[in-house]
Ligand binder design. Sequence first.
Ligand SMILES: [Zn+2]
Length: 144
Amino acid sequence: MRSNSTTETGGVTDANGCTLKGKGEANSISKMTLLACWFVVLGMTLPILALAVTPIAFLSLGTWQVISYSVVAMTVIFIGLYMALAVTLRCPACRRRFLIESSGPKHPAALKRAHLGHWGTTVLDVTMRHQFVCMYCGRLCRVE
Ligand SMILES: [Zn+2]
């Protein structure tokens, strides 16, 4: 049961003037969301991969230094890009920054997977399923 099924939520149009295709409940969100989530996933996985290849340091210190400096540089770039996008992207329904988890109360319909929290769930859903439920208003948003 949806609580706020107002008619005014329709009429969402994209740049071409086309109304949102089917499934009127889902809000469409920019592809930048997908990009932002991949940036943060890469930014967090790269240092882990770098640790996995640490034994290279014993074989060739020079190669290891190149790898470690590149990993640090790429991580900083990815996280920086993610943060820049995270403050820009807002939920189309409630206008809040859905990639930044505040300490306040979350919507009861918001998804939260075990060990991930609301933020981790949003990032995972965007990268894997190209959609997420806004943690603040509980609306389903789909990357278009
Ligand atoms: Zn929202």
